[in-house]
Design a binder for this molecule. Structure first.
Ligand SMILES: C[S@@+](CC[C@H](N)C(=O)[O-])C[C@H]1O[C@@H](n2cnc3c(N)ncnc32)[C@H](O)[C@@H]1O
Length: 281
């Protein structure tokens, strides 16, 4: 239930995700008294399998703490999507290791991966890499400045019995790594899914242009960019205009959205994926 999209009046501060047997409720304002309990009890009668626990995340509080507020915790938690498993952790910072709205991106990459060399920028826990290798990618290089996230990503590859020789992991700041990436390339597909502003590591208005201008060094002729954007204050229009200005050599092939599970009142907001191609064979 994607309240943040603004299509459920009065519930704009709530997001509820279902990772059987756990419910994950994210609140951007203090939840109404008793809400988590009522919700869990109501859903226990309607979901199959029955929920066993509800983890509440308070994004309105410093550090966005997560607590089990109903039922009990499973020893290990996973997201399962299209037969692939991704490890979840509810005690390692703001994010739990998996972004459910990116399913559309993972499916696209899996479908188009066969035989391709792929560069996964801002890889986090490498869910794009898992999907790509499941789709037969020749090789995926994952880059993220967080070593912990990449270790988690390695574990996601193991969980799905993917050939470790086909995945590489670089714990580097992207903007200090273009030389190294050029030597590892060229790539048939570059995935770029950066965060919203993250300290000085990534500032969308400053860093999308810097990244886009380096693409000719990284992409093979006919290679593709999958550019992802989910920053509400900027929207799809910012990304499309920035690509047109700083990477005019790319042709926009298609725009994808997160889909009907993630409705948005404003069509420019929410997750957008722009698939673009460099001219070539
Ligand atoms: C939105 S997450 C990526 C989500 C991921 N693509 C997925 O589908 O699960 C953003 C990631 O970018 C990384 N990051 C931010 N700035 C970076 C930089 N300058 N160089 C490398 N990684 C960076 C963060 O560590 C974080 O893991």
């Amino acid at each position: 239930m994607h309240g943040r999209g603004g299509t459920f009046p009065g519930l704009e501060h709530l997001v509820l995700d279902w990772y059987p047997p756990l419910l994950h409720l994210i609140c951007y304002r203090p939840p109404a008294e008793g809400l988590p309990d009522q919700l869990a009890t109501w859903l226990a009668e309607r979901l199959d399998p029955q929920p066993r626990g509800l983890v509440l995340q308070r994004r309105d509080l410093p550090g966005a703490p997560q607590n089990l507020v109903w039922g009990r915790m499973s020893e290990h938690s996973f997201a399962i999507e299209d037969g692939l498993r991704y490890q979840l952790h509810f005690d390692r910072g703001q994010n739990i290791g998996f972004f459910p709205d990116m399913a559309v991106g993972r499916r696209l990459v899996r479908k188009r991966a066969a035989g391709r060399r792929i560069l996964n920028l801002f890889a986090y826990t490498c869910s794009f890499s898992v999907a790509a290798l499941a789709g037969g990618a020749a090789q995926v290089i994952n880059l993220d400045m967080s070593r912990n996230a990449l270790d988690w990503g390695r574990r996601n590859h193991q969980l799905n019995n993917l050939d470790p020789r086909r995945a590489g992991f670089l714990a580097h700041d992207l903007f200090k790594s273009f030389g190294k990436l050029r030597r590892l390339g060229p790539f048939d597909l570059v995935i770029a899914d950066p965060p919203d502003t993250q300290g000085n590591s990534f500032v969308p208005e400053r860093d999308w242009p810097r990244l886009l201008r380096r693409l000719p060094e990284l992409l093979a002729p006919g290679g593709e960019l999958l550019a992802c954007m989910a920053v509400p204050r900027l929207g799809r229009s910012f990304l499309a205009a920035t690509i047109a200005e700083h990477a005019p050599f790319l042709a926009l092939i298609e725009t994808l959205r997160a889909g009907e599970d993630f409705p948005e009142a404003d069509p420019d907001k929410g997750l957008h994926l722009l698939r673009c191609r460099l001219p070539g064979p």
